[in-house]
Design a protein around this ligand. Structure first.
Ligand SMILES: [Zn+2]
Length: 485
C-alpha cells in the first residue's frame, strides 16, 4: 500500500516536472526588429484625402438594387486626381465592374510578386438608422480627431492608406526589387466577383505570389485573457460556409383531423438533433497557432496550460466551446436560421422547409457537413440539399515563411508595443480567392481598435482616428519596403 502511494507520488512529481519544464521552455515567438526607416506622414492632409473618398457612396449591387455606378466612377477619378504618381508609374487594369488591379513593376523579375488587397465598396447603412449616427454616414466629416463615415474602417481606409504609402514611396524615389500588385475589389461585401476575376487573371498569367495581405484582423487590447499588451491578430485562414436546406413533405389538408406528426414536426426533430450534436470541436485551423504565439506571453499558470496542450487540450477546447464567440473558433458551427411550414394556422403543411447555416472550420468540408447532417438527422422523410452561396474553408497559411516574418517584423517596427499572433477569421474576405496562388495569405489591418469599436464595423458611427490612420499609412510603407527589397 505504502509502495503504491510512493509510486503515485513519484508519478505526480514527474508529471509536474514535465509540465513546469515545458512552461519554462515555452519561449516567446515575438521578434525585436531593427528600427523602421524614417517616414513622415502629413496626417491632416491624408485625413482630408480619406474623407473625400468616404463621401462617395460606393455600394455594390445587391438584391434588386443595382451598383452605384456613378459613385464608383467618381471614386476612380478621385484616386487618379489625388494619387498622381501612382497613376503615372503603376500599370492600371480595370477589372469587371469597377474593380482594379495595379502593378508596380520590380527591378528583379525573377522574384515572385507580393499582393496587397482592399475593397472599394462599402455596406449600406441600415435604413432608418441614418439619424442615429453622430455624423451623417457619408459626410466624411473630420471632427474630434476622427474621420467619420461608412468605409473608414471597412475598407476604404485600407485602400487609401495603401495608396498614400505608395505615393510617398514613389516621391522618395523608392524602387521595389520585387513587383507589387494591388487588387482592389468593388464587390467584396456581396461575394467578391471582382477579386475572383483578378485571381483568375493572375492564374492565367502563370503568376504565383510571395504573399497576399488583405483586410482582416486588427490590433485589439483585452481580448486575450491574461495578456495586457495589444495583440495584432493576423488571419491565416478563414472559415467556409454552406447553408443546408431540409425539406419534409406531408399530406396537407385541414388541421381538424391531423396525423400524429406533421411535416413541421418532422423537421423540428431534425433541427433539434442537429443542434444537440454539432460537429466536433478541436484546436486547429489557425486557432492552435494563436495560442502558440500568445501562450508564452501569458502569466505562468496559463502558460503552463498552453505549453502542455498534449495534456490540457480537451480542457481548453471545452472552455472555448462554452461561449459563442470562441466556439466559432474551434468548430464548424450550426445555426438554424429559417423555418417555413403552412401558410395558414388551420392548414396542414404539405411541405416544410428549414435552413441551417454551417460555418466550416478549415479541414472540414461542405461534403463532410452534408454527411454529418444526414447521419445526425437519420430520417428518410427529410430531404437534405444545399442552398445558395457555398464556400469551402480556406487552407491555413504558414507562419514559418519569410513572408510571415516580413509581416511580423513590419507590425513590430511600427507598433513595437504590440504582440503579433495568427488566428482564424470567422468571416469571409476577398483573400480567399487567392489561396491557390500563395501559401502565405494574411488578413490584417494596421488599426488599433477598442472593444467597443468592433460594433462600428457594418454598424453605426464608423470612424477612424486621424493619428491611427497616419500610423496605418506608415505601416504600409514599412511593409512595402520590407517586402520588396
Ligand atoms: Zn471589408
Amino acid at each position: 500500500m505504502k509502495r503504491l502511494f510512493l509510486m503515485m507520488l513519484l508519478g505526480i512529481c514527474l508529471l509536474a516536472a514535465v509540465l513546469v519544464t515545458r512552461a519554462v521552455g515555452f519561449s516567446s515567438r515575438q521578434v525585436t526588429p531593427e528600427a523602421a526607416a524614417p517616414f513622415s506622414v502629413d496626417a491632416d492632409a491624408a485625413a482630408v484625402r480619406l474623407a473625400g473618398a468616404l463621401r462617395l457612396k460606393t455600394l455594390a449591387a445587391s438584391e434588386g438594387r443595382p451598383a452605384e455606378d456613378a459613385a464608383f466612377a467618381a471614386l476612380h477619378d478621385y484616386l487618379r486626381e489625388h494619387f498622381p504618381r501612382v497613376h503615372a508609374e503603376l500599370r492600371r487594369e480595370p477589372q469587371g465592374a469597377h474593380s482594379v488591379l495595379y502593378t508596380w513593376p520590380g527591378t528583379d523579375a525573377s522574384l515572385r510578386p507580393v499582393l496587397l488587397m482592399g475593397h472599394l465598396d462599402v455596406v449600406p447603412v441600415e435604413p432608418g438608422t441614418e439619424g442615429t449616427w453622430t455624423r451623417p454616414p457619408f459626410s466624411g466629416d473630420i471632427a474630434d480627431g476622427y474621420v467619420w463615415g461608412r468605409g473608414a474602417l471597412d475598407d476604404k481606409g485600407s485602400v487609401l492608406a495603401i495608396l498614400e504609402a505608395v505615393e510617398a514611396l514613389l516621391a522618395a524615389g523608392h524602387r521595389p526589387k520585387r513587383t507589387v500588385l494591388f487588387a482592389f475589389g468593388a464587390d467584396e461585401e456581396v461575394g467578391g466577383l471582382g477579386a475572383e476575376a483578378m485571381a483568375k487573371l493572375l492564374r492565367e498569367r502563370g503568376v504565383t505570389l510571395e504573399s497576399v495581405l488583405d483586410e482582416g484582423g486588427m490590433m485589439l487590447t483585452g481580448t486575450v485573457p491574461g495578456v495586457k499588451a495589444p495583440v495584432a491578430v493576423v488571419g491565416v485562414a478563414e472559415k467556409g460556409m454552406v447553408s443546408v436546406e431540409l425539406v419534409a413533405e406531408g399530406e396537407g389538408g385541414h388541421s381538424s383531423m391531423p396525423p400524429r406528426q406533421t411535416a413541421v414536426g418532422v423537421l423540428s426533430r431534425a433541427v433539434s438533433r442537429l443542434e444537440e450534436e454539432p460537429m466536433p470541436a478541436e484546436l486547429r485551423g489557425g486557432s492552435r497557432a494563436l495560442f502558440d504565439f500568445v501562450g508564452p506571453e501569458m502569466p505562468f499558470g496559463m502558460r503552463l496550460v498552453f505549453a502542455n496542450l498534449w495534456l490540457f487540450e480537451p480542457l481548453v477546447v471545452r472552455q472555448l466551446a462554452a461561449r459563442p464567440s470562441t466556439n466559432a473558433a474551434v468548430r464548424t458551427t450550426t445555426a438554424a436560421t429559417m423555418f417555413e411550414g403552412s401558410v395558414k394556422d388551420n392548414v396542414l403543411p404539405a411541405r416544410a422547409r428549414a435552413v441551417v447555416n454551417f460555418r466550416t472550420l478549415p479541414g472540414d468540408t461542405v461534403q463532410g457537413v452534408l454527411e454529418h447532417v444526414r447521419r445526425v438527422v437519420d430520417d428518410p422523410r427529410v430531404k437534405v440539399g444545399t442552398l445558395g452561396f457555398i464556400s469551402e474553408a480556406s487552407p491555413v497559411s504558414r507562419t514559418d515563411t519569410e513572408a510571415w516574418s516580413v509581416l511580423q517584423r513590419s507590425i513590430r517596427q511600427v507598433f513595437p508595443e504590440t504582440l503579433v499572433a495568427p488566428y482564424l477569421m470567422v468571416g469571409a474576405t476577398d483573400a480567399r480567392h487567392f489561396a491557390g496562388l500563395s501559401d502565405s495569405v494574411y488578413r490584417f489591418m494596421p488599426l488599433h481598435l477598442e472593444r467597443e469599436d468592433l460594433a462600428r464595423l457594418h454598424g453605426r458611427d464608423e470612424r477612424v482616428s486621424i493619428q491611427g490612420y497616419a500610423k496605418a499609412v506608415r505601416f504600409y510603407a514599412q511593409y512595402l519596403r520590407n517586402a520588396t527589397h
